[in-house]
Design a protein around this ligand. Structure first.
Ligand code: PLP
Length: 634
């Protein structure tokens, strides 16, 4: 058998397919990150985790790589610059980051810093987001695009942004929003710039397909746009209208959907220009997808195009329509969020323990065993590559018989345990034999999944990768060390919440979706770390506090020109005190309650005073700890 190589691990986990050049494996078998696109300086992820743990920062830890954010901004803007040059486009491109994709202060600040030279602006979808966006150090002249539901308060907040010198564009997407605006226009000083979100006939593809198309919740129909223009003209506000906007959904998996949306929107833009409506900005929304599984297909977890192809299609199609209609080319705006942020963060969790379906030693048969147990023993001993399917079916029948007889009171608990153990031995053998066959039946493929171990991991799916639970979204998962060693076990990853949904059991595979992941056997006394990657878009925002597992420890890692890394920011995760407070519990009051209770026990002579003090002190200490498992306490 050939030796296991790093390339085998790269292929097994698909690193080169989904990694966009940011991830690879070091000769030591550790996962590495190359955060600066096109440059070789790398960070050893296992080394970072070891050092953080040594400093008392325990797992789960979220690692952010701000330089990946900068690299992604450059990738996107570089792609548009190349497309503009190639097609001789006579206007410019302005990127806008939709804050809802990741509202973390550091993420917004890092993006604005690295996007300054591209005049990166922000997009907000609520009043809270506008208030945060308008108080950022954004480049002069950059856009603040305002989407979402707009009432009077929203509109006056947008006007406040204008007073601060921001170029605020309120995108109207419902007739009532325009009516609200017209009703209060004389109170808005100044009236913000305006945009119309158009409801395209073209739909997106993939999971968010419903965001576009005629039945979508958002956008104005052609008739409503014409009505809106008349209304604005009557009110003397038509000169405020500067943007046509559309968004057909996030993670558009097929490039042809993007092309047809661009063509339709460009045509609407051109017709409006011909009506002398001086729209200067064409906003193509978000939707630029991320290839999470690396398959480059139109599956939900992938995209069948590159960033460059996306930019080329946007620029080329707008240019084409404008040339045919003989109207000026608009400034292009895009609101790409997922593509800018997904790659920059990963969750590191440690495996606390493994649960295997059959961890007992092989069952030893005796003449005294009941018939059904003997039958299962026969199947265990005689199953072979030729008969494995037939014997598996027989084992299923005998297992049912075993349980029936146990329920009727004919078998002891020991009989049942031995029978079940034999049944699992047959199952393991059948799967092993099936794997060497040319054709593996679906039932035996499924059986392999049922026989895989469960690796119990120190994290909460609901807090850290909510889309894995809510949308069954795929994220690349792999060990961050021992990648020079062949992983010999299959496992699903269960979290530490008391919820059976708290499990990752869908994994990236080039042609399919794997139901269990190749992992290494655990070594006693040694931590085993797994990374869940590409979680920088939407996951920070959507996470919840199921079982009161709170925000995780966080470290921001930068690589220096000399190849060393620095921990730029270290943020402690939530303590029990903090999560208790979120849900209205006063931690001090909880402490006082415990104190009062033990004092009462002392008064009644049911507890020693010293014990009471110790309990009260201990309770307060427990409140101040991290909400996750602590390795030192095992
Ligand atoms: N713009 C709008 C209006 C959106 O609703 C969204 C998200 O769905 C985005 C931009 C960001 O999309 P993406 O993350 O796919 O780039």
């Amino acid at each position: 058998m050939k030796n296991y190589s790093l390339q085998d691990s790269r292929d097994l986990y698909g690193i080169e397919n989904w990694g966009a050049g940011y991830f690879d494996i070091l000769p030591s078998g550790h996962l590495m990150v190359r955060p600066v696109h096109g440059e070789s300086q790398a960070v050893d992820v296992k080394q970072v985790v070891d050092e953080l743990v040594a400093r008392g920062i325990s797992t789960p830890i979220l690692l952010r790589f701000p330089q990946i954010l900068a690299s992604q901004v450059e990738r996107l803007c570089g792609a548009f610059a190349r497309a503009i040059a190639e097609f001789g486009y006579r206007s410019s491109y302005s990127p806008v980051f939709p804050v809802k994709v990741n509202q973390r202060k550091q993420v917004i600040e890092d993006l604005l810093r690295s996007g300054r030279r591209f005049r990166l602006g922000l997009e907000a979808g609520s009043r809270a987001e506008i208030l945060i966006a308008m108080a950022q150090d954004a480049p002069a002249g950059s856009l603040l695009v305002c989407n979402g539901f707009k009432d009077a308060a929203y509109l006056s907040t947008a006007s406040l942004g204008m007073q601060l010198g921001r170029k605020v564009v309120v995108v109207l997407e419902k007739p009532f929003e325009l009516e609200n605006l017209l009703r209060m226009a004389d109170k808005l000083d100044p009236v913000p710039y305006l945009g119309f979100r158009v409801k395209l006939h073209s739909r997106g593809s993939g999971r968010w397909e419903k965001s576009g198309g005629a039945a979508s919740k958002f956008g104005l129909s052609a008739g409503q746009i014409l009505w809106g223009i008349d209304k604005l003209r009557e009110a003397g506000l038509l000169d405020r209208l500067c943007m046509l906007h559309f968004h057909i959904g996030s993670q558009i998996t097929e490039i042809r959907r993007i092309k047809s949306a661009i063509q339709e929107a460009s045509r609407i833009y051109a017709k409006l220009r011909k009506m002398d409506v001086k729209i200067e900005l064409l906003n193509v929304g978000g939707g630029l997808g991320v290839d999470y599984d690396g398959s480059r297909t139109s599956s939900d977890a992938s995209v069948n195009y590159t960033v460059q192809e996306f930019a080329n299609d946007v620029v080329y199609n707008i240019k084409e329509v404008c040339a045919r209609e003989e109207v000026p080319e608009p400034e292009i705006v895009s609101e790409s969020g997922r593509a800018l942020t997904a790659y920059h963060s990963m969750l590191i969790t440690d495996v606390v323990s493994a649960v295997t379906p059959n961890s007992l030693p092989a069952a030893v048969l005796s003449d005294k065993d009941p018939q059904v147990v003997q039958e299962l023993g026969y199947l265990r001993d005689r199953v072979n590559p030729k008969n494995h399917r037939e014997f598996w079916h027989d084992a299923l029948q005998q297992r049912d018989e075993l349980l029936n007889r146990f329920n009727l009171g004919y078998l002891s608990l020991e009989d049942r345990a031995k029978g079940e153990s034999l049944f699992l031995e047959v199952a393991h053998k059948a799967v092993r034999f099936a794997k060497n066959q040319k054709y593996v039946s679906e039932e035996l493929e499924n059986l392999e999944h049922h026989l895989s171990s469960k690796y119990i991991c120190n994290f909460s799916v609901f807090q850290s990768v909510p889309d894995s639970w809510a949308l069954e979204q795929l994220f690349p998962v792999l060990p961050i060390h021992r990648l020079n060693e062949k992983p010999s076990c299959m496992a699903t990853l269960v979290d530490i919440t008391c919820d059976s949904d708290g499990e990752i059991d869908r994994f990236v595979d080039l042609k399919d979706i794997k139901e269990s992941l190749e992992v290494h056997p655990l070594k006693p006394g040694e931590p085993y770390y797994l990374g869940v990657l590409l979680i920088g878009a939407y996951q920070d925002v959507m996470g919840d506090y199921h079982n009161l597992f709170g925000a995780v420890n966080e470290a921001h890692i930068c690589v220096e020109p000399d190849g060393k890394y620095t921990v730029r920011t270290l943020q402690r995760g939530d303590t029990v005190r903090q999560v208790a407070q979120i849900f209205g519990h006063d931690p001090d009051a909880l402490g006082r309650y415990v104190e009062g209770f033990v004092e009462m026990l002392v008064r009644e002579g049911r507890m020693e005073e010293s014990v009471a003090h110790r309990i009260a002190r201990r309770y307060r200490h427990e409140l101040s700890r991290y909400t996750y498992l602590d390795r030192n306490h095992f």
